[in-house]
Design a protein around this ligand. Structure first.
Ligand code: PLP
Length: 443
């Protein structure tokens, strides 16, 4: 019956409590990946699986990059770990300098290292609060997120985030409010790039200022393109308007670029792509090509310098992680940046853009597709849910694709694709045709 070779040496699956996974369902029918190279994973039955998601939006330069492996190996045998509190090691400074050289918007060139996207978000929120206090605006303790936002899983991140399943079980930070989301299928379905309608939704920030008082609001955080919630592209003019309103009221603007950072849209950062410059930017994922966990918060000099005050010897920001600026992660990050630069990956998406849009939007005629949205090397394909079974249709497409050899990602009934930035025309065609077949089977 089994068309695939038998799986050898599968470990017991009992002890590992898996994240964001239906554990019992998974363990009854597991999907295990055992190796990866270039655009492909290999499953534990030997099947090749085309990576339509760059792992989890992070393996931007593709898998199995020797240069990163060698840099990590070298660093591990030179300086495996060193503390970053009141101590330093050269590679962290070197990596920060290299990141500053590609500073988002040419402006955010001060870098705070973290261990993940969630830590970057909590860090940025804390920097925003500390900044307001430092400039004499200590009444600004409120932070604003957005409905359907995803900012990781720390208490800060779930509080400003807008995904109900991540929030409902937990107490949240006080003093948080949310802008409305920008998703509007009635006016903006099947759009390539930015939709026309909805810039006025940025005026929600004015509404919250009127409700709470500007002097209580420290910062507003949004994903320039919301990824995990199902690929929501900002309407034309929306980010510009949000920037203007935030500036007018002394509110810091934070872009969560954990997904959009490092070339996903065809520019180094979404900040560059949209030409809208925030005050703080959170990153992770593509920072090290997903190889070693690491995040980074980029800050403007204005934000950074405002905190560089106080008595000599005073720690300016009481915040940091054991793994902030971890030497091995920095080595991975430096090698990753070299690859991005040498292979032009931070802008490479522009070369395959036209084909990407066309291939994805050609899926429009597949059964149950109610929207397709594309920007950079990202696509969101929204399906009509099965009656009374939200998420079931997309989940079936996901498992079917995996069986046939394509990794996609689903959230609810939305399919998200975000392949490595090395994807060639043939990979894009294969993704589109495999997904099309799966959509027809799930009809
Ligand atoms: C926009 C955004 N922010 C934050 C995070 C959290 O990152 P991490 O899972 O590394 O904590 C993610 C993860 O997908 C993300 O997409």
């Amino acid at each position: 019956m089994n068309a695939h070779p038998p799986r050898l040496n599968r470990p017991s699956l009992d002890a590992y409590w898996m994240p964001f996974t239906a554990n019992r369902q998974f363990k009854a029918a597991p999907r295990l990946l055992v190796s990866a190279e270039g655009m492909h994973y290999t499953a534990d039955d030997g099947r090749e699986v085309l990576d339509g998601t760059a792992g989890l939006w992070c393996v931007n330069a593709g898998h199995g990059r020797r240069r990163i492996a060698e840099a990590v190996e070298r660093q591990l045998s030179t300086l495996d770990y060193a503390p970053s509190f009141q101590m330093g090691h050269p590679i962290a400074f070197e990596f920060a300098e290299r990141l500053a050289a590609i500073a988002p918007g040419g402006a955010l060139d001060r870098v705070f290292f973290t261990g993940s996207g969630s830590e970057s978000v909590d860090t940025a929120l804390k920097i925003a609060l500390a900044y307001q206090r430092a400039i004499g605006q200590g009444t600004r303790t409120r932070v604003i997120g957005r409905e359907r936002g995803y900012h990781g899983v720390g208490f800060g991140g779930i509080s400003v985030g807008g995904l109900v399943n991540n929030r409902r079980m937990f107490p949240l930070l006080p003093g948080v409010d949310h802008l409305r989301h920008t998703h509007d299928l009635s006016r903006n379905a099947f759009v390539q790039g930015q939709p026309e309608h909805g810039a006025d939704l940025a005026d929600d920030l004015e509404r919250l200022v009127a409700l709470h008082g500007a002097e209580t609001i420290a910062a507003v955080i949004v994903e320039p393109v919301a990824g995990s919630t199902g690929v929501l592209v900002p309407p034309k003019g929306y980010l510009e308007r949000l920037r203007a309103i935030a500036t007018k009221h002394g509110i810091l603007l934070i872009f969560d670029e954990v997904i959009t950072g490092f070339g996903r849209l065809g520019a180094p950062f979404a900040t560059d792509y949209f030409g809208v410059t925030p005050d703080l930017i959170t990153t992770a994922k593509g920072l090290t090509n997903g190889t070693i966990p690491m995040g980074a918060v980029f800050a403007t000099r204005a934000v950074h310098d405002a905190l560089m005050h106080g008595p000599e010897g005073a720690i300016e920001l009481f915040h940091g992680y054991t793994y902030s600026g971890h030497p091995v992660a920095c080595a991975a990050g430096l090698a990753t940046l070299e690859i991005y630069e040498e292979e032009g990956l931070l802008t490479r998406t522009n070369q395959v853009q036209a084909q990407w849009h066309a291939a994805m939007h050609a899926l429009r005629d597949c059964p149950n597709v109610i929207d397709i949205r594309t920007i950079g090397l990202i696509a969101g394909i929204e399906l009509e849910p099965r009656a009374g079974k939200p998420g079931a249709r997309a989940y079936d497409v996901f498992t079917d694709c995996f069986e046939k050899g394509l990794l996609i990602r689903v959230t609810g009934d939305i399919i998200a694709l975000s392949p490595p930035l090395i994807a060639e025309a043939e990979h894009i065609d294969t993704m589109a045709s495999m997904l099309g077949e799966a959509l027809r089977r799930a009809a």
